[in-house]
Design a protein around this ligand. Sequence first.
Ligand SMILES: CC(C)(COP(=O)(O)OP(=O)(O)OC[C@H]1O[C@@H](n2cnc3c(N)ncnc32)[C@H](O)[C@@H]1OP(=O)(O)O)[C@@H](O)C(=O)NCCC(=O)NCCS
Length: 137
Amino acid sequence: MQADHLKKRSIVLAVARLEADNKLCGYVLCTSTGLNIHVAKVAVREDCRRQGIARKMMEAVLQAAATVRRAASSTLYVAVENTPAVELYKSLGFTEDSYLADYYAPGRHARRMICDLEPFKAAAAAAATPTAGGKKR
Ligand SMILES: CC(C)(COP(=O)(O)OP(=O)(O)OC[C@H]1O[C@@H](n2cnc3c(N)ncnc32)[C@H](O)[C@@H]1OP(=O)(O)O)[C@@H](O)C(=O)NCCC(=O)NCCS
């Protein structure tokens, strides 16, 4: 998998392509507002799921947001019944900070989740630090 980052004004987009055929298999689309980056869309092609692609794209986007854009936090909305997405976000460090009844439609509720980006900033710094042997970690 290869992740490319396109940054234009307040939009951050990461896409993942399969090494085998270079075909698009997932994307993350965010909007950047001041010190916060809001995750608006995340999707991975159905036949490519459960291979860590969404996690890798999210980590890449959040590290870039924390370093290049100096963002301090990330927010998102997710449907309460969307277990794969909720579990993905929790595994990255997002926590629920509010529950929004009827957010998407009557009876379709959302969680607002938030994540402190300090660990992503630290991870990006560690990855950029040369080791004693002169190689990057
Ligand atoms: C949510 C989505 C992006 C996850 O993509 P993915 O590439 O399959 O996710 P990953 O393989 O990176 O999984 C990372 C973690 O997310 C969680 N997760 C992913 N799919 C899961 C599932 N079906 N059930 C439970 N947990 C799941 C797990 O914690 C997983 O870690 P693990 O594999 O070590 O257990 C994908 O299911 C998708 O595109 N869904 C449709 C679009 C959508 O709902 N987007 C979110 C809108 S808010």
